[in-house]
Design a protein around this ligand. Structure first.
Ligand code: ADP
Ligand code: MG
Length: 317
């Protein structure tokens, strides 16, 4: 594509992330060669971020590099997988070295922390878009699915909900979000350790990318069950609770927390796990027979959310 396509790849993307002994051949040949350990299942996922759709085109490139990988790692976390290898399909309008250096820095730093190696990709010219594929490893047969919830299970979420959506709303209104909220939007932390600790413990798990209602809704439909959640138990910042508008924590999106279900008699294990991980884990409701999600206010009455979650194709059919 560019005169310097190979220079550009060599300069920014040839050695990003963790160095792993199971990478027999990384960036530079027609394929990467990887050697998965025997007895492990491979978890594979792809997410693409498009300028103007998923991020502001002028966002800090380092934060963007972080986020593009983080949203993919979040999918691995939701299955309980340990990150191993990634590839990057990068479409760029032009070669901007300052931008590329920042982007590679953000991506590379998170990749190193997560233990994932960038082993290949593709570089083309066009409207800015970033597609990442990640692969992770799981003990055979143990991957956490959306379909495993059982009636009576407790519904749990990690961290807190709605802060990324609040930051996005403020930026769209031309306001400056609090630094902590902005971090939630621009530098989500994939809950990889939690996902791995939920293997053999959670019955079902999903990462919350499109809002709690939408994503818990996937657990419900995949498991053939209904959910009842208590709004007062939702973990969210005080400024999200005050006006009785539950839209951001319920439907905001971009949280990248995990929502999982577990047998009620396992509840006592949550506080220790939360302390071990330094991550709040909250019980917000229960699975039951039926379909759909009921949201209860503190007085027991039913709350009707106005918006269910983010769906790219919702208005275009
Ligand atoms: P091919 O023509 O065989 O598809 P390419 O010329 O597209 O190979 O890429 C050359 C090498 O660089 C390959 O190993 C490919 O995986 C890697 N690569 C290309 N773009 C990227 C990128 N953005 N990040 C990481 N590796 C990349
Ligand atoms: Mg080739």
């Amino acid at each position: 594509m560019f005169d310097s396509e190979f220079d550009l790849i060599a300069r920014y993307f040839s050695h990003l992330g963790a160095s792993r002994s199971d990478v027999l051949l990384g960036v530079g040949d027609d394929c990467a060669l990887l050697r998965p350990p025997p007895g492990m299942d491979l978890a594979l996922s792809t997410d693409t971020l498009v300028a103007g759709q998923h991020f502001f085109a002028d966002v800090d490139p380092e934060a963007l590099g972080h986020k593009c990988l983080a949203v993919n790692l979040s999918d691995l976390a939701a299955m309980g997988a340990r990150p191993a290898w990634a590839s990057l399909a990068l479409t760029l309008p032009e070669v901007d070295h300052a931008w590329l250096a920042g982007f590679a820095q953000g991506l590379g730093q998170l990749a190193e922390q997560a233990g994932i190696a960038l082993v290949g990709g593709d570089t083309t010219r066009g409207a800015l878009s970033i597609g990442i594929q990640v692969q992770g490893l799981l003990p055979a047969g143990q991957g956490l699915r959306r379909s495993g919830a059982q009636a009576g299970d407790l519904i749990c979420v990690s961290g807190s909900l709605g802060e990324a959506a609040l930051a996005l709303r403020q930026l769209q209104q031309g306001l400056e979000p609090e630094p902590g909220m902005r971090q939630r939007l621009e530098r989500p932390r994939p809950r990889l350790r939690l996902g791995q600790r939920l293997l053999g413990l959670a019955h079902a798990c999903i990462d919350i990318s499109d809002g709690l209602l939408a994503d818990l809704g996937h657990i419900c439909s995949a498991s053939g069950l209904a959910a009842e959640i208590q709004l007062a138990d939702l973990p969210c910042a005080p400024q999200l609770k005050t006006d009785g508008d539950w839209c951001l924590p319920l439907s905001g999106g971009d949280d990248y927390e995990l929502c999982f279900t577990l047998a009620a008699d396992q509840a006592e294990r949550l506080p220790r796990l939360a302390a071990e991980l330094g991550l709040p884990l909250s019980i917000i409701g229960r699975m039951r027979a039926g379909q759909g999600i009921d949201c209860r206010l503190a007085d027991g009455s039913l709350y009707r959310p106005s918006q269910r979650g983010f769906d790219h194709f919702h208005d275009s059919s």
